[in-house]
Design a protein around this ligand. Sequence first.
Ligand code: HEM
Length: 416
Amino acid sequence: MSTHPVVKWIDERLPVFTFLNHELRDYPTPRNLNYWWSFGSIAGIVLVVLIGTGVMLAMQYTPHVNYAFDSVERIMRDVNYGWLLRYLHSNGVSMFFIAVYIHLFRGLYFGSYKSPREILWAMGVIILLLMMATAFMGYVLPWGQMSFWGATVITNLFSAIPLVGEEIVNWLWGGYSIGNPTLTRFYALHYLFPFLIFAVVFLHLVALHTVKSNNPLGIDATGPQDTIPFHPYYTAKDFFGFGVFFLVYLGFVFYAPDFFGEPDNYIPANPLATPPHIVPEWYFLPFYAILRAVPDVEVFGFVLITAKLAGVILMFGSILILFFLPWLDFSKVRSSRFRPIFKQFFWIFFADCLLLGWVGANPPEGFFVILGRIGTAFYFAYFIVIIPLIAYFEKPRPLPESISAAVLGGKEEGKS
Ligand code: HEM
C-alpha cells in the first residue's frame, strides 16, 4: 500500500485502501485461471455501462404511452449522441447476457457451484432472475409493437394461476389492460432493479472472497505455491479480456446496432394489431420454448393442469432448479476435466439449450413441437436424473496432487 501521508490519513479513518489492497491487490488467486474466469469481471463492467447509459437515457425518456415511442425517436435523432447512448444500452443488454451465460456455463463445466460455493452460486441465480425481470421491463419502455405484445403475452401468463390468476394480472397491469399505469410502474422498477442487481453482485463477491475462486482443475489451493496475487497478474489478464470483449460489443454498436433487435419494435404499439409472430429477445428463447412445450395434462379426459399453467411452472422451474444443483450433483470431484461422462453430458446439455433457443424462435408447429418437448424433457432429466446418476456411477480420473504440481510439473495431467 502507498505510504503517502494523505493515503495514510484517510486509511486510518476509513480503511478503504487497506480493503482494496487486501481484496484486489494481494488477494491470493489460483495461478491457473484461464480466460473463462474473466467473464465475471466482464459482466460487472457491462453492468456499470448499462447503469451509466440507462441513467442518461432516463434524462430524455418520457414514461407515458402517448410520448414514450416518440421520446425514444427523439433520443435517436435530436439528442447529442443519443443514438450512441441507446445503442450502447440496447446492445449492452445482449452483451451482458452473453457474458453471464458464459460465466454460468463456465461454473457448470468446472463444478464451481459445489461446496463451499453453494451460496455464491445461489446469489448468481438470484442475479439471473433479477436480470431477466429488468430486461423484460426495459424492453416494454420504447412502447413499440413487440414491447406491447411481449408484455401482453408474458403478464398474461399469470392468469394461468388457479383462482387468483386474473386478479394478479390486473394488479400487475394497474388496470384491465396493459396501459399507462403498466408503463410507469415498469419504468420505476426498471430503474430500481439494476441497483438491486448491483447489491447482490456485491454479496456475490463477498461470498467469492470468503471461499476463494475455484479453478480449471477444481482442486483447492494447498499453499502459497498454488496462488498468485490478483494484481498485476489477473488485473492484466482481465483487462485484455475486456479489450477483446469491448471490441465485439462496439462492433455491434457501430456496425450492426439492430442485429439483436426486432424490426417490429420500430412500429409504435398498437393494441388493435397483433404482430404475426410474437418473439422475445434472443436471451429468453430457450425459456420461451419450455413455456410452450407442454400440452394440457389430462387424467381420464379431465384437464388437471392446463398447458398454460404447466408451461409457466416449467419455465420458472427451469431456472429455480439451478438452486438445487449443488446437492443434485454430489460427486466430490468438481472439474469436468476429471469427469469423462459428466463432460460428455455437459456438452449434450449445452447443445440442448441451443436447440431450445432455436425452437423458441420458431412458431410452435409440427416438427418444432416435438423438438420442444424432447428438448424440455432432456433439460429437466439432465438435472433431476442424469447428474445424480453420473455422480453415483462415474469413476473420475485421478486428481493432480496440487495446482502447482499440475501446472509446473510439465505433465499433461489435467489438460482437457
Ligand atoms: C451481474 C451478473 C454477475 C456478475 C457481475 C458476476 C461477477 C462475478 C465475478 C467478478 C466473479 C469472480 C470471477 C469469475 O470467477 O469469473 C464471479 C464468480 C462466480 N460467479 Fe458470478 N457474476 C454474475 C452472475 C452470476 C450467475 C448468473 C451465476 C450462476 C448462476 C454466477 C456464479 C458464479 C460462481 C459459481 C462463481 C465462482 C466461480 C469460480 O470461482 O470458479 N455468477 N462472479
